[in-house]
Design a protein. Structure first.
Length: 134
């Protein structure tokens, strides 16, 4: 009798856990194909304290190419590739979390549904950048 109860309890727990993970997987959507493309913009110049001196960084061009399941970020001459997932979809925008190769911190990108533009959150001390579909 106790063995049956333990087996039933295990099955119930397994089924409840599997059902909740399927619901979570269904809630994460992909962005529509019309938002794929190459976005271009500029990271504004900024200053940061390097300990004993103040370093000034000039403005630099940035380009982000969004494709099916992956993206490419080019800042100046540095190019990185990675994949992304949709963290959140609102009425006016998507929030993407990109995992780039050789980079421990993820990129956060907001794809606006109107205006053919995206926003990239700058990694400190970089400021955020607004990019437009080319």
């Amino acid at each position: 009798m106790n063995v049956r109860l333990i087996v039933l309890l295990f099955l119930f727990t397994f089924m409840a856990n599997e059902g909740s993970s399927q619901t979570l997987r269904k809630s994460i959507k992909s962005i529509k194909r019309k938002y794929y493309g190459t976005y271009e913009g500029q990271i504004n110049g900024y200053k940061f304290d390097a300990g004993d001196k103040l370093v000034e960084v000039n403005p630099i061009p940035i380009q982000i190419q969004i494709n099916v399941g992956y993206l490419t970020i080019q800042i100046g001459k540095l190019t990185t590739h990675g994949d992304f997932e949709v963290l959140f979809e609102a009425d006016d925008y998507y929030v993407l979390d990109a995992t780039m190769e050789n980079q421990s911190v993820g990129e956060r990108i907001v794809v606006y549904k109107k205006g053919k533009k995206i926003s990239r959150d700058g990694l400190y001390p970089q400021p955020s950048a607004l990019l437009f579909l080319n």
